[in-house]
Design a protein around this ligand. Structure first.
Ligand SMILES: Nc1ncnc2c1ncn2[C@@H]1O[C@H](COP(=O)(O)OP(=O)(O)OP(=O)(O)O)[C@@H](O)[C@H]1O
Length: 317
């Protein structure tokens, strides 16, 4: 295991006019990441993702809990942990006035890389940054800045890279480009722990993930395992009399969820369930506005575990 973290906790004290207030950002997070894995921490805004990553990257000290990272104890050997990891913050950490090349070389020197220039040239090439290497940070596009930030985090060739919401704010093309780079990193054997509030990103990119909410892990597994746990398919119906429909259809589904005029039914095999569902509605003369059949998503897992939708919890889909 490249990360074995057990029961990490962190409470911040904030000061307001009403006096100090404790914010329990992380309330006992445990996770195990195998070498070479892309591991995701999926959760809505404020779930504790950044705090968890910052603890694992030695940037803040946990109040409680233990972790061994790349064979080093987080509390006893923070310097050794720091040498073994790269960290890319949400903001990215690319300066406006210096060139990309200078910033990467500086990071290489800070980490004591034997030949900083060569390491810089290699990582610039790997991230397709050769052409913009000598431009100051402020002239770079969002996607280029993000790639430079990752190059800074990787120049000392750490076995483990922490990425805090790497694609937030990127357009679809740059997101796809970054996903490809991350797949290449994995193929080259680097372990990656990334946080995200994008369901599709966690699904497409991560070998395994934890879903966090209010500072706790609410689910853990591969995307496929998690979705299988919820159910095979989801039928979403919009109806005039949703309560009546829910009562009629409940016996035909594994689980039902009613949210305003929308009824979600969790069924094993949607295609075969549809005729029976429609028949039951017709029998009770419940009007149907629309019907859709989808595979269960990680949002359904979040919903099943927390009673809320990740999409409604301040996170994008
Ligand atoms: N330095 C701090 N002082 C006080 N409260 C903090 C501090 N850092 C984080 N928090 C609070 O801890 C909670 C968890 O924050 P954290 O940034 O870890 O969440 P997150 O899942 O990364 O969210 P986001 O997706 O918005 O970045 C939030 O309520 C946040 O306001």
């Amino acid at each position: 295991m490249i990360i074995e973290a057990h029961d990490l906790r962190k409470t911040f004290t904030t000061r307001s006019r009403k006096g100090p207030r404790a914010v329990e950002a992380v309330r006992g997070v445990s996770l195990r990441v195998a070498e070479g894995e892309v591991f995701g921490v999926l959760g809505p805004n404020g779930a504790g993702k950044t705090t968890t990553i910052r603890m694992l990257a030695t940037l803040i000290t946990p109040d409680a809990g233990t972790a061994v990272i790349a064979g080093h104890d987080l509390r006893q050997e923070p310097a050794a942990v720091r040498r073994s990891v790269g960290y890319v913050s949400q903001a990215g950490g690319v300066e406006d006035t210096t060139t990309a090349r200078a910033q990467i070389t500086l990071a290489a020197r800070v980490h004591g890389v034997p030949d900083p220039r060569r390491a810089t040239a290699e990582v610039l090439e790997r991230f397709d940054l050769g052409e913009i290497a000598d431009r100051p940070g402020r002239t770079l596009s969002g996607g280029q800045r993000r790639r430079v930030a990752i190059a800074i985090g990787l120049v000392h060739s750490p076995p483990l890279l922490f990425l805090d919401e790497p694609t937030t704010g990127l357009d679809p093309q740059n997101r796809a480009n970054l996903w490809e780079r991350l797949a290449e990193l994995r193929a080259a054997g680097t372990s990656v722990l990334l946080s995200t509030h994008y369901l599709d990103e966690a699904d497409a990119l991560c070998d395994r993930l934890v879903i966090v909410d209010h500072g706790r892990v609410v689910a853990e597994g591969t995307p496929a395992e998690l979705k299988r746990e919820v159910s095979g398919d989801v039928v979403t119906l919009r109806l005039d009399q949703p309560e009546r429909a829910a009562a009629a259809l409940r016996p035909l589904a594994r689980e039902t969820r009613l949210d305003g005029g929308t009824l979600r039914l969790y069924v094993d095999d949607g295609e075969h369930a549809l005729p029976g569902l429609l028949h039951a509605l017709e029998e009770r003369q419940v009007g149907l506005t629309s019907i859709a059949l989808d595979r269960a998503t990680l949002d359904d897992v979040f919903l099943a575990r927390t009673g809320r939708s990740l999409r409604d919890s301040g996170a994008a889909a």
